[in-house]
Design a protein around this ligand. Structure first.
Ligand code: SF4
Length: 452
């Protein structure tokens, strides 16, 4: 008789890793650690600062590898808050091998040797792969779905993730990517967004994002949210902030908590669903401080805190990794496991991306363990389509790694397009996940394109 389950659940309490194991933080006090200001002032922004922190714990080859990535491949500049760094190799003093292997390091501090040597980018990878900028109806306001908009209030975050899907706009320019710049003054940008929403009562749901709303000065964010709440047709507001896990200290700062309570109270009075959406990719990122920040948001009246992680090879694309993360979110922090997005088709991301069939297998394998309402959906954000559950694929050419998807609404750039709802929209698996035939086919395509 077989009585072993493919996954065994064990409750594990959250632990704040001991930051004094890093030589550069040997004398950092709890008071400093829990200050958002201290966290922001001590972010690591380059290989030299990382070296100052870790010293010889990590060999010189790592710093050279990081430098090579920053000079030739990175689509995001480096910005890692101490809180996030402290969740890398959380249970011991790191060494070179453990630091290389760490799942949080793999996406927050990518190095050149992480990238795929033959196919660092898919031939169809693009900046702004979701065409959010093309769908701007006012600066920073993407109208892609009929009833929902994305409001990018600013283009910065308190942390920069290597795989950022908004690499076109977010963060500082890198050696390889000159970033798009927002041109309006923030106050004019917010005015234009509010005017659009007042004039379009069919839009009921606003994702207030960026960047990360944790970088909007609180009084400006509160004023924008209060103006949104004054529009009677807006029924859902979601605040997008990875800082809940990157710098939970921000969401625990007294002025932010008090302001959030005022906004939540107003939302409740007007019957608007106010939620926070955060972005956690690995269970190691969840610590008691993160749990405290999420619980505080719930206590002051935010209706839900939900997680939208990104599914990435080498970080979380296994059944135990996903379930460990989801159980800790659901059971230890009060954050609802909501979505995992397949990593988007941006440049130099092939080593992180998974194929649609792999995502389907993972969705299959995580079913039945978590409560149904807390079982995340794994979704593919198909260019020109939007989020589709991974099993909604219409056709799938596994040999070439091309899946085809359909949709049931027009985006803001397809109002005149008679075929928008009958077209099949392609999405591409990473080439290294294909068989010999598929890989050869793509190589020949690339050679032909170079020769032309
Ligand atoms: S927090 Fe979000 S917007 Fe900012 S870099 Fe990370 S993925 Fe991009």
């Amino acid at each position: 008789m077989v009585d072993i389950q493919p996954y065994e659940y064990r409750r594990r309490p959250l632990v704040e890793p001991d930051w004094t194991r890093f030589p550069g933080w040997r004398d950092v006090t709890r008071e400093q650690w829990e200050s958002a200001q201290w966290q922001r002032a001590h972010c690591v922004k380059n290989a030299r600062q990382l070296h100052d922190l870790l010293g010889t714990l990590v060999g010189d080859e790592f710093y050279a590898d990081l430098d090579a990535d920053q000079r030739g491949l990175a689509t995001m500049s480096m910005l890692v808050p101490p809180q996030m760094l402290n969740t890398m190799v959380p249970d011991r003093v790191p060494d070179t091998q453990a630091f290389y292997a760490d799942p949080v390091r793999r996406y927050m501090i990518p190095v050149a040797s992480d990238r795929h040597a033959d196919w660092p980018s898919h031939p169809y990878a693009t900046r702004d792969s979701l065409h959010e900028h093309d769908m701007w109806v006012a600066e920073g306001l993407t109208h892609r779905y009929p009833t929902k908009v994305l409001a990018e209030l600013l283009s910065t975050c308190p942390q920069y993730c290597g795989h950022c899907t908004r690499m076109d706009l977010v963060g500082n320019s890198t050696a390889t990517v000159e970033k798009l710049k927002l041109s309006l003054k923030p106050v004019d940008r917010y005015d234009a967004m509010i005017s659009y929403l007042q004039a379009h009562p069919g839009v009921r749901d606003v994702v207030v994002s960026g960047g990360d709303v944790a970088n909007v000065p609180w009084k400006n964010l509160e004023s924008f949210l209060m103006r949104l709440l004054a529009i009677e047709t807006i029924r859902d507001i979601r605040l997008a902030t990875k800082a809940l896990v990157g710098i939970p200290q921000h969401w625990l700062a007294p002025d932010v908590v008090e302001g959030l309570e005022r906004v939540a109270r107003t939302a409740a009075r007007r019957g608007v669903n106010l939620a926070i959406h955060t972005h956690v990719n690995h269970v190691n990122s969840l610590t008691p401080l993160v749990a405290r920040a999420a619980q505080t948001a719930l206590e002051v009246g935010v209706r839900d805190v939900r997680n939208q992680g990104v599914l990435m090879r080498g970080i979380n694309a296994t059944t135990p990794d996903l379930l460990d993360l989801c159980f800790a979110l659901q059971g230890e922090t009060g954050i609802l496991p909501y979505y995992f997005y397949m990593c988007d088709m941006i440049p130099n991301a092939e080593h992180w991306r998974v194929a649609v069939w792999q995502a389907q297998a993972l969705q299959h394998d995580i079913m039945g363990y978590l409560p149904g309402y807390a079982t995340p959906r794994i979704v593919c954000d198909v260019p020109f389509v939007g989020k589709r559950w991974v099993h909604m694929v219409t056709e799938y050419d596994r040999e070439h790694g091309i899946s085809y998807w359909t949709k049931n609404y027009r985006t803001s750039i397809e109002r005149e397009d008679a075929n928008a709802l009958v077209r099949h929209y392609p999405y591409y698996d990473p080439i290294d996940t294909l068989g010999h035939y598929g890989q050869t086919w793509w190589r020949k395509q690339a050679e032909a394109a170079t020769a032309a």
